[in-house]
Design a protein around this ligand. Sequence first.
Ligand code: DC
Length: 222
Amino acid sequence: MRAIAIDGPAGAGKSTIARALAQSLGYIYVDTGALYRAIGLGVTLLGLDTKNPEEVISALDNITVTIKFVDERQRVFLNGHDVSEEIRKPEISMAASNVSAIGQVRDFLFSLQKDMATKNNVVMDGRDIGTVVLPEADVKIFLTASPEERARRRYDEQLAKGIEESYEKVLEEVKKRDYNDMNRDIAPLKCAEDAIPVDTTGNTLEQSIELLKQIIFDNLEK
Ligand code: DC
């Protein structure tokens, strides 16, 4: 099976770009952030503290996370309920980042991610795909953009969905989440040694998609 790993910070455009790449390659797009979000949501719904490892670990006994593909789109299920929309709420972003720092949570989701890549050709995005989940991936990309541009994109996306949060608040959250994800002890966000770094600051989405298509095309052939 073939695998493309795309890692990078929040708002770098990973999901939109990865989905477009998967479509043009005929691969399955796996959004691993959605899995951490489902756990963040599950812990929150149980009324527990997403920052407290003991509480989060105890909650895992009462949580199941599964994914299904409907019309080629990934849907995420928490205890059998489709939570694909609910996990996009801004407050679930930090909850996901908090629970993702806990080793047991990462272990809990590891085989689900691995299994997807064993059975399918995948474009998988996240924070540790090239470093931990699929270190043998055929092509690894590390996608970045300036915090200000990532916040601007997230702000526009949220506004389009009717979520009103000031740009300053979104920027603050982006920076906080970067810090959390890069400074945790286990599987922190970082560029794998053999990943290709791509900075999309100033690019349109179409330009970034074309750029990555070219990089993947060049590197898959080798
Ligand atoms: O990609 P996203 O913004 O939906 O991810 C939400 C959080 O989940 C992110 O802040 C950190 C965590 N995450 C992770 O630790 N490892 C991954 N492979 C994907 C996401």
